[in-house]
Design a protein around this ligand. Sequence first.
Ligand code: DON
Length: 339
Amino acid sequence: MTRKPLRACRALALATVLVLAAAPASAQSPGDIEAALKAAYSKYKDLKEGANADYIPALAKVDSNIYGIAVVTTDGKVYTVGDVTSEVSIQSISKVFTMARVMEEQGPQAIAENMGVDATGQVFNSIVAVEQYKGGEMNAMVNPGAITATSMIKGATAEEIWKTILGTYSDFAGRPLSVNQEVYKSEAETNQRNQAIAMLMYAYGHIKADPLRACDVYTRQCSVSVNAKDLAVMAATLANGGKNPVTGKQVMKAENVPEVLAVMATAGLYDDSGKWLFTTGLPAKSGVGGGILAVSPGKFGIAAIAPPLDKSGNSVKAQKAIADVSNALGGNPYAPKPK
Ligand code: DON
């Protein structure tokens, strides 16, 4: 071989490496993403399974037909289908971002040590789960761990703590979010079980401040209003190492993201988390408002909203739609290709 072709080969190899390095984080083309969204949307549009949550009376009144899906890639491109402007309350999805904030303030170990990072195998508001290990050996995705995480946010007053929480969520979503007052009032009037859980977590020494104040701030955080696009941007911020890919703001340290995703993978869909991970491989979080968000690390965030829930409290359509879209786009981080 003469020197010239060898140089040409090297140049070609270098160019290939550069092209691969410059390839967008999601290997899928915009057309692929749009096609996957459209297919999942029409496949489940008329599905009538499940029912709105009604243990919080205001949630029973939400339009059951809201159905939208959004994907936001780590290079900041937004793809949507269906209704992505109607808002629902964020509910338990908020738990992810409060936990993330506690990790920012005190490090991931503070979460692991105070409420644990293991699945409970029980429903999200289980008192048995608290009793089993005196409030330890659980996680921040179920109510006892989540109310405890809220109590750990730094601030002298409830208002100061609330400002930090709402500011954090807004940074993740890339726009100022606000509370749905009707949902807040409805849950505050009916949250005696969560108050009891907060008291128990206080009695076992996990909550160190006023437990009823923690429960009230938690109730407010659950009432924050979001649409499917907001949730997808929040998920994409986690997928992008804590930097919001739409606004460019570093919202949390990249080094804390793996611990956030680990707890989501373990317990994000409650007692159905194993089934979910088996189907999609994605760290995710559901809320009884009907939203679910999921993270394909380094690739994209995805979210769907559809209020009717299954028996575990997870949106029926959102689970199916996210699984289909992510699997079509190669989103599963546990699916390496053989070399
Ligand atoms: O504390 C509650 O019961 C609600 N604010 C949140 C529960 C929830 O979203 C569970 N999700 N699947």
